[in-house]
Design a protein around this ligand. Structure first.
Ligand SMILES: [Zn+2]
Length: 73
């Protein structure tokens, strides 16, 4: 069992540690270490996690831009 720390959270229990059976291949099934709920194929989970990180960075960027604008007024 390999453990991978990802920035996405388990929608079931909020756990952030995802375990992948049979090594980190695209076809491996990812499960939550905390509650054991299945997230599906590792490739899909990784894709979601990457998307989540991008979205989060974008939101943070927009927040920063907004607060800068407020200061300028
Ligand atoms: Zn969980």
């Amino acid at each position: 069992m390999e453990q991978i720390q990802v920035t996405t959270q388990c929608p079931h229990c909020g756990g952030a540690v995802i375990q992948v059976a049979n090594g980190k291949t695209d076809e491996a099934i990812a499960v939550c270490k905390n509650c054991g709920v299945s997230f599906g194929r590792w490739a899909d989970v990784e894709e979601r996690a990457r998307h989540f990180v991008i979205e989060d960075a974008r939101r943070q960027f927009l927040r920063t831009v907004k607060s800068c604008r407020r200061k300028l007024k």
